[in-house]
Write a protein that binds this ligand. Structure first.
Ligand code: GLU
Length: 281
């Protein structure tokens, strides 16, 4: 895909990475070499002059390993306990890695209530703005320690698109465990073809989403990615789904040469983020 001289002029970029991309597939332990490379890539985006925000999953997965649970927890209180342990561990690692490249990282934890309530929504927006002004990298996650079903965004794909919209970012990159949006599920259909570019996100594409993810650690399937695309595109931000297997894809994206699906942002003046949070599409 060739988007030369386009993506490198982006001013504010949100990058989302899922739990499965941060772990070794065989045993679920954190892939520290990959995390380090991810941080280096993000610091380089800062060095190019962009505002950078990372939406990182992994709190529950990291906490689960730390506590010694062999299976993904299903009880809400167990997930909350895992997140309380894991989020702190994850941030400790991010802080250390970002400081090695002389960047300052920060943490913003949100729930749906943060967005529903006007005061907390504005507080969050102001905090993001101030962090960007100070050159600090916000690392965002759902506040899983206190979050329950009714106040859940549900998945970090949606959360990252909401952050993109809230902060008026002009690009969202979803690093996934798949190359992008395919015409069919490539795991079961060898004839499935990668869709490289979507200039108009209509119902035809929305129906292509299959609610599967292939991993047992994340929650965002293709349906969640297309919901994220709708929020981003309607907010006027471009969105890219790319494979996070090699996080070096981040500089390939900015240089305009990458494998993935590019969704062109088309600001819709009728799209109201606050209304979406309350009622959905
Ligand atoms: N917020 C969850 C976590 O950090 C992950 C949600 C997701 O992967 O979509 O563990």
């Amino acid at each position: 895909m060739n988007l030369h001289d386009y993506l490198k002029y982006k001013k504010r970029v949100v990058v989302k990475i899922g739990s499965s991309s941060l772990q070794h597939a065989d045993n679920g332990e954190l892939d520290l070499i990959k995390l380090e490379k991810l941080v280096r890539e993000l610091c380089d985006l800062r060095n190019r002059g962009m505002d950078v925000c990372l939406v990182s999953s992994g709190a529950i997965a990291v906490g689960r390993r730390a506590i010694g649970l062999t299976e993904r927890p299903s009880e809400v209180s167990t997930k909350q306990a895992c997140a309380a342990v894991g989020q702190a561990r994850l941030m400790m690692i991010y802080q250390r890695l970002f400081s090695e490249y002389s960047q300052v990282a920060s943490q913003i934890l949100m729930t749906k209530y943060t967005m529903v309530n006007e005061t907390t929504r504005e507080n969050a927006r102001n905090c993001f703005e101030e962090l960007f002004r100070l050159g600090i990298i916000p690392i965002v996650n759902e506040n899983d320690t206190i979050s329950t079903y009714e106040m859940h965004f549900g998945d970090n794909d949606t959360l990252s698109a909401i952050v993109t919209s809230l902060t008026n970012a002009d690009l969202l990159i979803l690093l996934s465990d798949i190359d992008g949006l395919y015409t069919d599920d490539p795991r079961s259909n060898p004839d499935a073809v990668l869709i490289e570019r979507i200039d108009r996100l209509d119902e035809h594409y929305m129906e292509m989403a299959k609610d599967t993810t292939g991993s047992d650690v994340g929650t965002g399937g293709m349906a969640a990615k297309l919901t994220a695309a709708r929020i981003s595109v309607h907010s006027g931000a471009d969105m890219i789904i790319a494979n996070g297997k090699d996080v070096g894809i981040l500089h390939e994206i900015i240089e305009g040469e990458f494998k993935g699906t590019f969704f062109k942002g088309q600001k819709n003046v009728d799209f109201d983020l606050n209304q979406y949070i309350k009622t959905g599409f």
